[in-house]
Design a protein around this ligand. Structure first.
Ligand code: AMP
Length: 116
């Protein structure tokens, strides 16, 4: 059984955060240390530590990350200019919190390369 992270507490609303969206499969909230004018994290409610741990049964939740990202991008007013979706995996990918999360970043030009 994977160890819970702070994201499980956010999903259960046990710690305060700016919750933007929640349904039966995913939760979205603002990143505490924003790297762009809009920086939102979208996470599955189920604790899946990394992309390497995704099972076939998780496909609906993984797809929901994208449809919620699209909705939130529209809500933030960044859909037309564009935005970036990032999922980091393990140490070389720069993952710090071991509960899968999709970063939604936008509100400024982000450049053409993803670098470290
Ligand atoms: P990653 O490097 O992909 O694992 O990203 C983890 C992200 O979680 C970072 O951008 C952090 O700023 C963010 N983060 C960590 N703790 C919190 C928190 N309590 N609320 C919101 N975002 C957080």
């Amino acid at each position: 059984m994977a160890e819970e992270t702070i994201f499980s507490k956010i999903i259960r609303k046990e710690i305060p955060t700016e919750l933007l969206y929640q349904d039966d499969l995913v939760t979205a909230f603002r990143d505490i240390s924003p790297r762009a004018p809009s920086h939102i994290l979208i996470v599955p409610n189920k604790l899946i530590p990394t992309v390497n741990d995704i099972e076939t049964e998780d496909e609906l939740a993984m797809g929901r990350l994208f449809t919620v990202a699209k909705k939130l991008a529209q809500q933030e007013g960044i859909a037309d200019d564009g935005y970036r979706l990032i999922v980091n995996c393990n140490s070389h990918g720069g993952q710090e919190v071991y509960h899968i999360h999709m970063h939604l970043l936008g509100g400024r030009p982000l450049g053409t390369l993803v670098t470290g």
